[in-house]
Design a protein around this ligand. Structure first.
Ligand code: G1P
Length: 297
């Protein structure tokens, strides 16, 4: 019985090739692109740790060594900073390696997000777990993941996070058809479609990259045929679970209205950097003043 087990493990798929950012990502993982002065992936790891997850598995692939290096100790660099007396940067460097125990697993074949999650099966075992995708950054003030963990414990099913998007944008996301659950602020998910066209979309509710999944998803993924783009889609496995009754069945949605930044394509990435930079206490105000002047020119 998985109901009520505390979620402790997180899976962070990071095997994607990052083709949308070429040539920047020719020799560097897209997850290492800086958002102000931290790589995007560090925000995601910090979010998982803040939600109480203390066993993190990153699914990587070829050319992703920089990820492991980033979260590892860097003795020579630390010593140089120490000798210089640069304690602030020393602390920042050490912080990245002290966040949580991180494990790494290579996906091998790039067969899609569903396949990446399936690779985590042995590590996760028979307990509910979180999945965090690096393209979505959730503001550190928000509690989305903790709320989703609570909904998972309450329902015993799998939980997805949804945002309302302009209908013209829905084809970039998984899309959900939902109904209200009496007396609760989460929703029952009736149907999920991966990246539908505007005409096929059952709603304007888009799946974002946070999931809390029942381990029943693994058996379903084993039997999920390649879907959109010829890849094994997590959305398709969740569609199966949404219509499954009994242990591990049922998918629930939390509609998120808080601050989220998308680093998945170039324009969204630039917006994410500007939003986060403008909130920095050390130079946010200065940046905003400059942006006003820049726009007026
Ligand atoms: C993945 C999922 C999609 C979801 C999106 C959120 O797509 O397949 O359902 O809406 O993440 O970021 P990707 O953006 O990896 O193509």
């Amino acid at each position: 019985m998985t109901l009520g087990k505390t979620v402790k493990k997180a899976v962070i798929p990071a095997a994607g090739l990052g083709t949308r950012f070429l040539p920047a990502t020719k020799a560097m993982p897209k997850e290492m692109l800086p958002v102000v002065d931290q790589p995007a992936i560090q925000y995601v790891v910090e979010e998982a740790v803040k939600a109480g997850l203390d066993d993190l598995l990153m699914i990587t692939g070829r050319s992703k060594r920089a990820l492991e290096d980033h979260f590892d100790r860097a003795p020579a660099l630390e010593r140089t900073l120490e000798l210089k007396g640069d304690l602030e940067r020393l602390e920042a460097v050490q912080h990245a390696s002290s966040l949580a125990p991180l494990h790494y697993l290579r996906q091998g074949d790039p067969k899609g997000l569903g396949h990446a999650v399936l690779c985590a099966r042995q590590h996760v075992g028979d307990e509910p777990f979180a999945v965090l995708l690096g393209d979505d950054l959730i503001d550190a003030q928000e509690d989305l993941l903790s709320i989703m963990i609570d909904v998972q414990a309450k329902t015993g099913g799998s939980v997805i996070a949804l945002i309302e998007v302009d209908p013209s944008q829905i084809s970039a996301y998984g899309c959900a058809d939902i109904t209200a659950v009496d007396g609760e602020d989460y929703f029952q998910v009736n149907r999920l479609v991966e990246k539908p066209s505007v005409d096929e979309a059952p709603s304007n509710l888009a799946v974002i990259g946070r999931y809390v999944l029942h381990p029943a998803v693994f058996d379903v993924l084993e039997n999920t045929e390649p879907g959109r783009g010829g890849e094994i889609q997590l959305t398709d496995a969740l569609q199966t679970l949404a219509t499954t009754e009994g242990e591990g069945g049922g998918v629930y949605g939390v509609v998120f209205r808080g601050r989220r930044y998308d680093t998945g394509d170039k324009l969204s990435y630039i917006k994410a950097v500007i939003s986060i930079a403008s909130e920095r206490v050390d130079f946010g105000e200065e940046l905003k003043t400059w942006m006003k002047e820049f726009v007026n020119e």
